[in-house]
Design a protein around this ligand. Structure first.
Ligand code: NAD
Length: 500
């Protein structure tokens, strides 16, 4: 069976060890290939490739860097379907969803094509007499990106287009469950003309991650994954002196007020709850129905959920499988626990008959009503197609419930009341807020990031915060004497310089 190797210096790099992981097709349950797991020597070799490429890449003009980014964009547009097919084959999400993921990643490439403008500093003439001041931003060096399984292309693309455009070199450690998209992207960069060693891929598990967190040549770490690992990455890499942005897990609430368009709310709850089989950090997993709308809303959601087709993502199904057998078992276990805890199981996805061949990792869409805040289906991030409806009497109770949750990634309010919407966006303690929009993922030119246990670090992903993360500021204060006055400064003065 083929083994996917690391990518360094513009070519595959065979692992020095023999540890491997299986990569599965979640719709059939079959092992499709294996992926090498990095040894410490592999980490050194891949980081070394990025370090060696940095001096020349840093000196490469913005014009040339931008040309390569444009070439990458054009190639990706022409071949996006190939990447979407790879994502579906390893993650399981349906093809249209995979294509959407590629498109959202491409938006960051397009944003990064504007890097000459984004990197522009400022200049002040005559800040003090005869003294000028200017500010510039410079790249960090080798930057590490560690990504989760649920967006094999988009999440790495939140970071690497900006990192590369700004003059850094990259080591990407993709999830070992979905490693092939990274390899495909590496080859695309080569075709686009990116110099060897600027974009590198290191495969593996904890050894690979720890290697990046501790390596002195890795200057920053951009991590996306579950909250416990995000916290670990943040604490470890900051202790090693690195700049870190570590995006963690989520529990996203959709609050529905009684005046909302309940058909719109039901449509969007289903889209946001079951898209990508609930394996999105911005998935809605808790609907908070306020006041009298609860019964009607649950009926409307249930009717839509019952009509969904679960199956192989290549067959036009609405919803695909979970990523692994372990994920399937974990999600089924949560449904068991919700039932045992006394929540009303309105639609049961266990034992679904999927439109697929083989033994894929399927759980059908599942809907619970009357969920309590002490139940594990509410307290835990299930990361599967399980939507819980909680009932509250008032808007204030709904906001208090959202704000009491330890996560703060995304949230949405459905209402026709502009005043209520304005109050909600002001007082909710969550990083990304949707008003009648269930998955409020910011555009590439804004920044993506949650609050509380959904993000450790100070800087969100992409947008201007992304540009700041991947660059360091420098301020230059300069004096160039007028040729007519040379030798005549008359300024011998040991006092602290004052501006005049
Ligand atoms: P994960 O935390 O298991 O893995 C993320 C990365 O960490 C992978 O590359 C993995 O190989 C590595 N890793 C796993 N265990 C490790 C360990 N013990 N030590 C060091 N590294 C380790 O996450 P996942 O299951 O791949 O992805 C799903 C999670 O990611 C969910 O919690 C989801 O909410 C979160 N997520 C968050 C965002 C966001 O923007 N906040 C976006 C996407 C996914």
């Amino acid at each position: 069976m083929e083994t996917l190797q690391h990518w360094a210096g513009g070519a595959a790099l065979k692992s020095s060890g023999d540890q491997r992981g299986d990569v599965t097709d979640p719709a059939t349950g079959e092992v499709s290939r294996q992926v090498a797991f990095a040894t410490e020597a592999d980490v050194a070799a891949v980081v070394g490739s990025a370090r060696d490429a940095w001096p020349a890449w840093r000196e490469t003009s913005l014009t040339e860097r931008t040309r390569i980014l444009f070439a990458f964009r054009e190639l990706l547009n022409a071949r996006a379907d190939e990447l979407a097919a790879i994502i579906t084959a390893e993650h399981g999400k349906v093809l249209s969803d995979a294509a959407g993921e590629v498109a959202r990643g491409q938006e960051v490439v397009e944003f990064a094509c504007g890097i000459p403008h984004l990197l522009k500093g400022s200049a002040t003439e005559n800040a003090s007499t005869g003294i000028d001041v200017s500010s510039i931003r410079q790249p960090l060096g080798v930057v590490g990106i560690i990504s989760p399984f649920n967006f094999p292309a988009m999440v790495p693309m939140w970071f690497f287009p900006i990192a590369i455009a700004a003059g850094n070199t990259v080591v990407l450690k993709p999830s070992e469950k979905v490693p092939s998209a990274a390899q495909w992207l590496a080859e695309l960069w080569c075709e686009a003309g990116l110099p060897d060693g600027v974009f590198n891929v290191l495969h593996g598990d904890r050894t690979a991650v720890d290697g990046l967190l501790h390596h002195p040549d890795v200057k920053s770490v951009s991590f996306v994954g579950s909250t416990p690992i995000a916290r670990y990455v943040y604490e470890t890499a900051t202790a090693a002196g690195k700049r870190v942005q570590a995006l963690g897990g989520a529990k996203n609430h959709m609050v529905v007020l009684p005046d909302a368009d309940l058909d719109l709310a039901a449509d969007q709850a289903v889209n946001a709850g079951f898209g990508s089989a609930g394996e999105r950090c911005m998935a809605i997993s808790a609907v908070v129905a306020v006041g009298a709308c609860g019964d009607t809303l649950v009926e409307k959601i249930a009717a839509r959920v019952r009509g969904l087709v679960t199956g192989d993502g290549r067959r036009g199904s609405d919803m695909g499988p979970l990523v692994t057998r372990a994920a399937q078992e974990k999600v089924s276990g949560y449904v068991d626990a919700g039932e045992a805890a006394g929540a009303s199981l309105v639609v049961d996805g266990r034992g679904v008959s999927p439109d697929a061949d083989g033994a894929g990792f399927f759980v059908g869409p599942t809907l619970f009503d009357h969920v309590g805040t002490d139940m594990s289906i509410y307290t835990d991030e299930i990361f599967g197609p399980v939507l819980s409806v909680l009932r509250v009497d008032t808007y204030d109770e709904a906001v208090a419930l959202v704000n009491a949750n330890p996560y703060g990634n995304g949230t949405a309010l459905f209402t026709h009341d502009g005043g209520a919407a304005r109050r909600f966006q002001h007082e909710v303690e969550v990083g990304m807020v949707g008003i009648n929009v269930p998955v409020p993922v910011p555009m590439a030119y804004y920044s993506f990031g949650g609050w509380k246990n959904s993000l450790f670090g100070d800087t969100h992903a992409h947008g201007t915060e992304g540009v700041h993360f991947f660059t360091r500021g420098k301020v230059v204060t300069s004096r160039w004497t007028d040729p007519a006055r040379r030798g005549d400064s008359g300024e011998l003065d040991l006092g602290f310089p004052r501006n005049t």
